[in-house]
Design a binder for this molecule. Structure first.
Ligand SMILES: [Zn+2]
Length: 414
C-alpha cells in the first residue's frame, strides 16, 4: 500500500512538472522583414517552398535516376531543358566512360561492414555517439511496395558512356573566376531518390533559376553542376576535375573575353537536404516529425590540403544562414566526406551542405530513408522540404554575396 501510494505521489509530481512545462509562456520570435536595400535579400526572397517542392517532384518522375540507364539519361535531358527555360541557356555536358570496378569479395565486404559496426570512428573523421542503427543500400525490387516505382526503376545499369550537365551565370567584371555549386542527380535503392539527391539537385536548379533572371548581375561567375555517378564513387565529379582542371582561367578564343573554364574559387556541394528527425531512439525507431532543432550541416574536411580556406568558406555560409535563412540555423563541422566536393578538397576551398553530418549522423542511421525504398516524394512533409529550402536560402545568400550580386544596378552593400 505504502509503495502504491508513493508511486501515485511520484506520478502526481511528474504530472505536475509536465503541466508546469506545458504552461510556460511561449515568446514569439519576430522575423526581420526583407531588407529591400540588400539585393541578395531580394534574390533570396525569390525562393519559395512550392517552387522547391515542384522541382524535387519533377526529378522523381525519373525514378531513382540510376546511372547507366535510360531514366538517368532522360533526367539529364530534363534538367538541361529546365535550366534553359530558367534562362541559364549556355548549358554544356561532360562526357566520360564509367566502367564499374570488379565486384568486391563478399567476405571482405562483410568483414569491413562488421568492423565498421564495432568502432565509434565515423567516416570522414569524428566519433559516432549514442544510438546507432544499420545502414546500407536496398537492392531488392520487392521491397518497393509501389508497382509504378518498381517498374520505373526496373532497367539495370550498363557500363559505358555517361553525361552530366552544367550551366553558368557569367560574371560581368570577373568572368574568369567562378564558384561551383553542385548536387548529384543520380540515385539508387529502388525509390525516387527524392532526398538523395533530388533535394540537392532541386536546390542547385532553383539557384540557377534565381541567378538567371535577366535583372540579376554578378561580378564573378557561378557554375551550376548536376553531377552523375556520385553513388558509384564520385565518378562524374572526378571526370570533371580530370577534364577541366587544366583549362582554368584561360581565355578562349584569345581576346574574346570568354572563359570556358573560369578559375575555381570554391566548390559547394549539396547532398541530402531535407530530413533531420534526430538520433534513432533506443528501440531503433525515428521520430516521424522533423525535429524543431533541425539544422543545415555545413562541413569542410580538416584533413584536406585546403582545410583553412575551406573552413573560412564554411563560416561565410554560416553567417549567410544567420542573415538569410528563415527557419533553420546552420552548424559547421570538420568532417566533410563521401560526396562530390571530395575530388576538389585538395585543390580549392570545398564544403558540403547536408541535413545531417555525413559521417557520425547519416552514417549512424539518422536518416532511415537513405538508399531505401522509402526515399520517395510522398515520404516527406513540408517541414522536411523547408529544411531544404533553408539550405537553398543559405547558399543563395552566401554565393550571392561572394559574387557581388546586383539587382537592377543596385550594388551589394558591404
Ligand atoms: Zn547523395
Amino acid at each position: 500500500m505504502k509503495t502504491r501510494l508513493s508511486t501515485a505521489a511520484a506520478l502526481l509530481a511528474l504530472l505536475a512538472s509536465t503541466a508546469r512545462a506545458q504552461t510556460m509562456p511561449v515568446i514569439p520570435i519576430p522575423q526581420p522583414p526583407v531588407d529591400s536595400t540588400d539585393p541578395v535579400a531580394t534574390l533570396v526572397s525569390r525562393l519559395d517552398l512550392e517552387h522547391y517542392k515542384a522541382t524535387v517532384k519533377g526529378l522523381t518522375q525519373f525514378g531513382d535516376r540510376r546511372q547507366g540507364t535510360k531514366r538517368n539519361r532522360d533526367a539529364v535531358d530534363w534538367i538541361e531543358a529546365q535550366l534553359k527555360s530558367y534562362g541559364c541557356t549556355n548549358t554544356e555536358r561532360i562526357t566520360y566512360t564509367y566502367t564499374p570496378p570488379p565486384p568486391r569479395n563478399a567476405d571482405s565486404t562483410a568483414r569491413a561492414a562488421a568492423a565498421r559496426g564495432r568502432t565509434p570512428q565515423a567516416q570522414g573523421g569524428g566519433r559516432i555517439r549514442g544510438v546507432r542503427t544499420r545502414t546500407g543500400v536496398n537492392t531488392d525490387s520487392l521491397k518497393q511496395p509501389d508497382p509504378r516505382i518498381r517498374a520505373l526503376d526496373a532497367e539495370p545499369t550498363t557500363p559505358g558512356e555517361r553525361q552530366e550537365v552544367y550551366c553558368t551565370k557569367v560574371g560581368e567584371t570577373h568572368p574568369e573566376e567562378m564558384y561551383i555549386v553542385g548536387g548529384h542527380m543520380d540515385g539508387h535503392g529502388w525509390n525516387e531518390a527524392a532526398n538523395d539527391d533530388g533535394s540537392g539537385t532541386a536546390l542547385v536548379m532553383e539557384l540557377a533559376r534565381v541567378f538567371s533572371s535577366p535583372d540579376v548581375k554578378t561580378d564573378r561567375s557561378i557554375r551550376f553542376v548536376l553531377w552523375n555517378n556520385e553513388e558509384t564513387g564520385l565518378n562524374g565529379a572526378r571526370a570533371y576535375v580530370e577534364q577541366r582542371q587544366g583549362l582554368q582561367g584561360k581565355e578562349s578564343p584569345a581576346g574574346s573575353g570568354k572563359y570556358p573554364e573560369p578559375k575555381w574559387l570554391g566548390m559547394i556541394q549539396h547532398d541530402m537536404m531535407m530530413f533531420d528527425h534526430g538520433m534513432p531512439r533506443p528501440d531503433g525507431s525515428i521520430s516521424p516529425e522533423q525535429r524543431p532543432e533541425a539544422d543545415v550541416n555545413i562541413e569542410f574536411q580538416s584533413n584536406s590540403k585546403m582545410a583553412d580556406a575551406s573552413q573560412k568558406l564554411a563560416w561565410a555560409f554560416h553567417s549567410a544562414n544567420e542573415k538569410y535563412a528563415t527557419d533553420y540555423p546552420a552548424q559547421v563541422g570538420p568532417h566533410m566526406t563521401n560526396t562530390d566536393s571530395a575530388p576538389f578538397q585538395d585543390l580549392v576551398p570545398a564544403i558540403s551542405l547536408r541535413e545531417n553530418e555525413r559521417g557520425r549522423e547519416v552514417g549512424a542511421g539518422w536518416d532511415p530513408h537513405w538508399h531505401q525504398p522509402t526515399d520517395v516524394f510522398a515520404t516527406f512533409s513540408d517541414k522536411d522540404f523547408r529544411l531544404g529550402l533553408n539550405a537553398a536560402q543559405t547558399t543563395l545568400g552566401a554565393v550571392g554575396t561572394l559574387v557581388g550580386a546586383k539587382l537592377g544596378g543596385i550594388p551589394v552593400r558591404k
